[in-house]
Design a protein around this ligand. Structure first.
Ligand SMILES: Cc1ncc(COP(=O)(O)O)c(C=O)c1O
Length: 379
């Protein structure tokens, strides 16, 4: 794999000339490399129409999925393209063979996508059991105590959107596996920031939209379904791509493909996926160990600077619980007032329930964090 350095990556982000962008956890800015890949695909359609369609399908299936698999430790056959995280969560929620009285375990600070898909099952007699959080932390012991004999799935974010809390996925995945309960993860704040090797931990399902830490176009996303769990999910949407019929459209036979592509019911977002592929290659060329070190290094630098200036860091600062999202509060000023001050200094962050959230990625450096610290009101 080609070697890349962070300086080169920064040069692909024109946004850096306009502002200090620390809001990667909302929507990441586009790199010239990703935009180039999207445009290359669209240029092909401009010049050739459908002619290369079989080649695109093969490339997406064999090359793009293989590179995604390399990034997360999965087989390419365990990956489906989705349009966003929410679609992947719904594939799981609507696919489990529920019996009345079963329950799904979630936390009381989950992003709505990972709440509504379970609420929507009320009509099928499915209940929600809520894991209580402790000052924004979700502990595996509390998850274990919330599960009961009717729990079919534990569904949580690997990293929380509102405070950056990172779950202990190693312990949680073994707990769920031992109790024969599905583990379904919203990983939109994990992939592209932190390492994961799915060959090591028994996680059943994972979803991640491309537009945050994966630095990919809006409307792209990844759904992972472990091969051993494939036939345990019923299909809630079907189409011509569910089956392996190629052009044989009048031979109706709804035998699903023997891999996760069965969840892509029709044509997928090829232009966006060409961009996603360019972003995935960037992570592979940097090395996810280096990416994680870089992202956590920036988070550490921010935490140190914020605390030394008297700000209250509301994210957990424990080693295994940190992520790329760092949240903080001013002792008196509202987060909206802080955000306004930052905007005036051309620094972008987000207001979230945990206060101001900053999220720095591979295109940021420590000078960006220093610019944030300099722009904050003194305490
Ligand atoms: C934790 C979490 N999950 C899901 C989403 C929604 O992502 P998508 O649009 O990919 O469904 C967000 C977006 O902010 C999020 O923070």
């Amino acid at each position: 794999m080609k070697k890349l350095d962070f300086k080169k990556v920064r040069s692909w982000y024109p946004i850096r000339k306009r502002m200090v962008y620390l809001n990667n956890g909302s929507i990441s800015p586009m790199s010239t490399r990703v935009l180039g890949a999207v445009n290359e695909f669209l240029g092909d359609v401009r010049d050739n129409g459908r002619i290369h369609y079989p080649k695109w399908c093969k490339f997406a299936e064999q090359n793009i999925k293989a590179d995604i698999g390399r990034l997360i430790g999965a087989d390419r056959k365990e990956i489906a393209f989705v349009k966003n995280t929410t679609e992947g969560l719904n594939i799981v929620a609507n696919g489990i063979d529920w019996r009345k009285g079963d329950n799904a375990v979630i936390a009381d600070i989950e992003y709505p996508s990972n709440v509504y898909c379970w609420m929507n099952l009320k009509r099928r007699g499915v209940k929600i059991k809520w894991v209580p959080t402790r000052e924004g932390r979700i502990l595996v012991d509390d998850i274990a105590a919330t599960m009961d004999k009717r729990t079919r799935v534990v569904s949580l974010s690997g990293v929380q959107f509102s405070n950056g809390f990172r779950l202990d996925l190693e312990r949680l995945s073994h707990l769920c596996h031992k109790r024969k309960v599905f583990l379904n993860l919203d990983m939109i704040h994990w992939l592209g920031a932190l390492q994961i090797d799915l060959s090591q931990w028994p996680i059943d399902f994972l979803s991640a939209g491309g537009h945050k830490w994966l630095l990919s176009p809006i409307g792209t996303g990844i759904f992972f379904c472990r091969q051993s769990a494939l036939d345990k999910l019923q299909l809630s949407t079907v189409g011509y791509h569910t089956v392996d019929k190629s052009e044989d459209h009048l031979d109706y036979d709804l035998t699903p493909r023997p891999n996760a592509s069965r969840f892509e019911e029709a044509l997928v977002n090829f232009p966006g996926l060409w961009g996603l592929h360019a972003a995935i290659k960037t992570f592979l060329e940097l090395g996810m160990d280096n990416v994680e070190k870089h992202v956590l290094g920036l988070a550490d630098h921010a935490i140190e600077g914020l605390q030394s200036r008297g700000y209250r860091v509301t994210s957990s600062t424990l080693a295994g619980e940190r992520s790329g999202n760092v949240c903080f509060q001013h002792p008196n000023l509202a987060p909206e007032a802080i955000e306004q001050r930052l905007i005036e200094a051309k620094v972008r962050a987000a207001v979230r329930p945990g206060g101001i959230r900053i999220s720095a990625s591979i295109y940021n450096d420590t000078a960006d964090i220093d610019a944030l610290l300099d722009a904050l009101p003194q305490i």
